[in-house]
Design a protein around this ligand. Sequence first.
Ligand code: DAH
Length: 347
Amino acid sequence: MTELENELLALQAEVQTAVGAVKDEAGLEECRAKYLGRKGLLPAMMSKLGSVPKEDKPAVGKTVNAVKQQIQAYLDECASRIHQAAEEKAALDISLPARRHHIGHRHPISLVMDSAVTIFRRMGFTVADGPDLENVWDNFDALNAPQDHPSRTPEDTFYFDLDKRDWLDPETMILRTQTSDVQIRTMKAHKPPVRIVCPGRCYRRDTPDATHGMSFHQIEGLYVDENVSLADLKGTLAEFSRQMFGEKTKIRFRPHFFPFTEPSVECDASCIVCGGAGCRVCKGSGWIEIAGAGLVNPAVFANVGYDVDKVSGFAFGFGLERIAMIRYGINDLRLLYDNDVRFLHQF
Ligand code: DAH
């Protein structure tokens, strides 16, 4: 080994020791300058390479490079040690201001669902529940939906086990297409009178766009007792609308058809944006459709074993996305499902 190589290795060892004693950034810089700087010890030794005999040059050159790399590595290691120590110290610094915590927000659908439930509870309704995975009988047949109703086809409804069962088989399982199935489940389990609402998720094979999704939320209502009339239904929905959309809100009924109600209506509320004068939101009509409703069809009572001569009732179903969109002025349904915190933070 040449003398220069010995000196280089000694320098390397010296750096290792020196670096171990370094405690801060300034110390590290001092070391770097002392050993690697322009006037540092390593460059000084490297300048001696010129006077090494020719035959030794390749070996000495190798050593020079190796030592240089090692010294650089010692300094880098030291830098990261100092850095980490500084970070740990900062983490423990109790005089630092507290870190900001981001508080979560309730989703607009949950907000609307909760207010709807609260309003109906105040009117004496209790909350009922049903499964998302439903059988065809509870979702369609018991609700008097004819077998050739287009909504029953596998193009419109999510079916399970179609390889084993027919889609008209009452026991075939589906993702429920409406919360009206909970009317059936409730009446099968309880004698009248019943007064329930059921918020929940429904599924339909729609192509998602600004006003459609393949899954959405409804809140269903059912009131069965003796002598329940259309006036009771109207009073209930009018009160709900005033509490949900504002004191001045009016409602109107338009005749419609649902297999499970007779007569059936669609319920509009006066536009909460323009108050009925006509605007972009209500498309100039002054009214916004908010629910389907009607008096329970006696055929449905018969299906659940209720005495059709004794009881009468009303039912209604709201789309919660629609209510959220009206209430918060949201113009695209997809915003509700993108989970963009910049959107969600507004509620
Ligand atoms: N199930 C209906 C739908 O999904 C909504 C509905 C209409 C529910 C009338 C009802 C009702 O309870 O009486 O479009």
